[in-house]
Structures are given as structure tokens and as C-alpha cells.
Design a protein around this ligand. Sequence first.
Ligand code: F6R
Length: 376
Amino acid sequence: MSPLDPRFPHYMLQEIYEQPNALQRGIDHYFSSEHRKTTEEEFRLSARDAESVRRIRIVASGSSRFAGLYGEYVLERLGGIPVEVDYSSQYAYRDPLTEPGELTVFLTQSGTTADTIAAQVEAKKKGAKTVVICNVKDAPITKDADGVIYTHAGKEVAVAATKSFTAQLLALFALSLYFGDLRGSLSKVRLAELISQLQSLPESVGTVLKNKGLCKQVASKYLAQLTWMILARDVSYPIALETALKFKETAYVFAEGFPTGEVKHGPTAIVDSSLPIWMVMTRDPQDAHSVLRYEKSLSILKDLRSKGSPIIAVANADDELVAGLSQDFIPVPTTDPLLSPMIEVIPSQLTAYFLAVGRGKDVDNPRNLSKSVVVE
Ligand code: F6R
């Protein structure tokens, strides 16, 4: 086990802080000078393979599946390929239909998850081409894969995934750019713009980490709270799910994530002043679709506020409107909406960490969980 840096009381906090460097490593790896060549070597997917893909199915468990849901947005929008996401444990035993030209992507930070390995066996049986995205070199699942994409998070010791999760998002983003570029679904101008915005990602994550104190305050204010609602929209929705999982597994509080627009279709019945609502409210003023989605979320935020819910908003630093409407405001830098989830998840990780510490839980080794789930 790698030694704990004495500046950090727990591996989870250390690993949260390692994210700017881990992301930088990934960016350097996937996008170094000769972008296409490097990516092709890394992904072991030839240009011909990439061009012939008609559908991608992402199969994973837990946080990795949430990363996969993010992958669905970026691979469809940038790569121009239809994507489906499945739970490993479901895929393995539901006799899924596969079709020629289908690429099955297995996401697993450890590479040892029994459910995901069982799903890979099933996919191979059905003749699907498989790619594994993994954080551990030569992990068991990589052996039988047609292609392997490594994430570059470095060893993760804490059971709760943090840096391995953002590294998965980055790998999926890089894969999307690769497909988009090859298949012509992404213009050269947009490609260059996204790669340029990507360069500021490690710094933006560092900026959010400087707001550790705000997350600590939120955690101490809501320490006794045993239920949470987490809302986010569009490509940020997987972050609502990941936030809810982080709160559950580290602090042992029940949290459920919904797409923001879904809240009025049932969940609103449990909304009252006793239920804190964590809302991801970011927007990119340069992007009309993002602004439209933000406005829809804003009217929901106002409605939830009128019902008395305490709102904890993760929003852009210059958003005075949301700052004024929320009880607690955690600012994050503005970036392209497809990159924003890698930034929005940082306050969730920090708050989950401080909730766990405040509630006296075993932060790095939550009860009943293990880093490598080797049984189905
Ligand atoms: C959450 C977490 C788990 C794992 C899941 C899959 O913090 O760590 O939900 O994401 O058990 O693990 P891997 O990615 O190793 O297949």
C-alpha cells in the first residue's frame, strides 16, 4: 500500500487532492503533441475499427457505471455514436441482443469486479468487440479484451472511488473526441476548442479544492441529516448519482439522485423543510442549450425553495442569482458543459468526506464494502 502523505488524515482526502495531477497525467497521455497517433496507440482501436462502430454499449458497476452514463452523453454528442449503458450484473444474465458493429466497453477501475468480468465473458460469447477502461495495469479483465484504455489516476487506496472516477470521465471524453474526429461528427474548430478548454481542467479542479472549507461547513451544518435529495440535469445527471453514492457509502446517510426535471414526477412529494437538496446548477453562457437547461432548473429551484427546502447549490462562481436563492452556495469555475462534470463532482467528494469524518465513520474502509468486489 502506498504510504499516506502526512499532510492528509485519510487516503480519501489525499486522493481527492491528487486529482489535478491525475487529470494532468491523463491529458498529457491522451493528448500529447500527436493527438491522433497517441490516442490510437493507447486505445488499440484502429481508425478502421472506430469508423465501423455502429453502437456502443457501456457495461459497469457502481461509480464506474455512473462514469459510463457520462460516457453516453459525450460519446453520442461528440462521437456521433448511439450508446447504451448497462449494469454488469444485469448484462451478464439477461441474454442481451448484440448486433454487428457493436463495441462493448467495460469500465472498471480495479479490473477485478466479478460482475464486470462475468459480463465480459457474456459479451465475448456473443462475439462483441470489447474494450476495457481500467486503472490497474494488467488487471485480470484486461487479458481478454480486444482493446485496453488505461486511466491514469495512480493507485487508489480508499474504498470510495474519487480520482479513479474523474480519470474514467477523462478517458471517456478522450475516446469521444477520438471517435468524433475520425468519424467527422466533430468539426476541427470544436475539437480544438474542447482540447483547449481541457487544458484548464486541472487548474479548475484545484480552484474547487481551495473551497474545501465551504464543503466542510455544509457537512457540519447537515451532519445530523439522514436523507438527501441530489439533483442535476443532462450530462451532469451522473454526478447526482455519484454524489448520492458517495454520501451513502462514506457517511451512511441515504441520498438519492434524480435528473432535475424529473423531480416533479413523484419525488416532490417528499420535499419539505427537513430535506436538504443538493443541486448542480452550472451553465455555460456561450452555449444556448446549456442556458435553456439552466433556466428550466432555475424554475425548479425556485419551486423547491418555496416549499421550504434548504438548497445547497453547486453553481458557477459568477452566478449571483443562484447564490441569492440557495442556503449554501459552492462556486465552481465555468467551462464547457461536457467538461463540467469533472469539476462538479469535487464538492460532492469533499462534502461526503467531511460528512463521514463528522459522523465518526471509517472513511477509508466503509463497513461492508471492499475495494475489489470479487464475488457476484
Ligand atoms: C464507489 C465504488 C464502487 C465501485 C464498483 C465497481 O465508490 O468504488 O461503486 O465503483 O464496485 O468497481 P470497479 O470500478 O473496480 O469495477
